[in-house]
Design a binder for this molecule. Structure first.
Ligand code: 13P
Length: 246
């Protein structure tokens, strides 16, 4: 039985004051849930997360990482720096970075390797656009995105990933993949992981997951949790999704 994992992706939202209020409410409301949980904050707020969340069951992480270890890479943040601030997780290959920062699957794979080398758990995001889904290319697209990452990893390192299926057309749109649609893709991703002896990797669903649809999505055989955008910014909603996960 794989443990459930619920991760909030704050994206480029928050402030010291707003984060403090959100983290206080999350800590107060977290209780004894069976699911693991984490928030992925903008890099400047990782120290705040470390101070607020150290010693609590809520883990924290970043939203991106450099493929390089250190050096002349102005503006980039290295995986060891994230580890210095107690991060457990880092999101890599989010569709917003693939689309707006032209991140290729090859770059996402290198970032995954860099994160693993620093002892972080990469949350590798894959997902198709609406045009790709309509053209019947969903499985080819996510298969290539995952395959390129797995191609750089040993079986042992592949087993250390978290994977997130985020259909691009469902992100921030209020349009969710039906549980059956998501499960179909998750099952294919699971089969691909099994070829690397990594079938136990948690596969999260992301894309307009809310308290009212979370339970049904996470009840699917291969959906092991959620990667939550908008609903992670409201403590009551994020806590409800964690509760729905078990
Ligand atoms: P929304 O939950 O706002 O659709 O965002 C999903 C997402 O992109 C999480 O990484």
């Amino acid at each position: 039985m794989r443990r459930k994992l619920v991760v909030g992706n704050w994206k480029m939202n928050g402030s010291l004051a707003a984060n403090a209020a959100l983290l206080d409410a999350l800590k107060a409301g977290l209780g004894q849930h069976a699911a693991d949980s984490a928030v992925c904050a903008p890099a400047p707020y990782l120290a705040q997360c470390q101070a607020a969340l150290g010693g609590t069951p809520l883990a924290w992480g970043a939203q991106d990482v450099s493929a390089h270890a250190s050096g002349a890479f102005t503006g980039e943040v290295g995986a060891a720096m994230l580890a210095d601030f107690g991060c457990s997780y880092v999101i890599v290959g989010h569709s917003e970075r693939r689309a707006m920062h032209a991140e290729s699957s090859e770059l996402v794979a290198k970032k995954t390797v860099a994160a693993l080398a620093a002892g972080l758990t990469p949350i590798v995001c894959v997902g198709e656009t609406l045009a790709e889904r309509d053209a019947g290319q969903t499985f080819a697209v996510v298969g290539e995105q995952l395959g390129t990452v797995l191609g750089l990893l040993s079986d042992a390192d592949a087993a250390r990933l978290v994977l997130a299926y985020e259909p691009v057309w469902a992100i921030g749109t209020g349009q969710t993949a039906t549980p059956a649609m998501a499960q179909e893709v998750h099952a294919q991703l699971r089969a691909q992981l099994e070829q690397k002896s990594a079938g136990k990797v948690q596969i999260l669903y992301g894309g307009s997951m809310k308290p009212d649809n979370a339970r049904e999505l996470m009840a699917q055989a291969d959906i092991d949790g959620g990667l939550i955008g908008g609903a992670a910014l409201k403590a009551v909603d994020f806590l409800a999704i964690i509760a729905a996960a078990g």
